[in-house]
Design a protein around this ligand. Sequence first.
Ligand SMILES: [Zn+2]
Length: 144
Amino acid sequence: METSWILPDVEDEDAKPFWAGTARGELLVQKCSDCGRMRIPPRPMCPQCRSLANEWVPLSGKGRVWSFVVPHPPLLPAFTELAPYNVIAVELDEDPSLRLIGNLVKSADGAINEVDPHAIEIGEAVRVVFAKVEDVHLPRWVRD
Ligand SMILES: [Zn+2]
């Protein structure tokens, strides 16, 4: 898929393992090696115990819709023609305090406006899928 979307930097030092995981079809989060707390987005220090020791652990990729918004113009040009679409916040099954932002789609490569925002329900079960956009494998969500 080619796009004029603004894409994340997959070479970012803190986030590189996350994007390497998505490229393999895995959803990884950082886990503190000292207290065990998982965190996302990636960062060097544990917010709970300030440890710099961490590892990356794979998650199931399952979660629930915690909240969502429906963007309308004015938007960045690449998104204007797709509006209205959905942006969901997903709380992950392994730890509901871990939340990821993405789009609810019908399939990995589906358009971000293919799911009617009025049909989205808070709490509905979703699972991660990955869409390859240029050199980035973006996590997205489908109903589970
Ligand atoms: Zn910690």
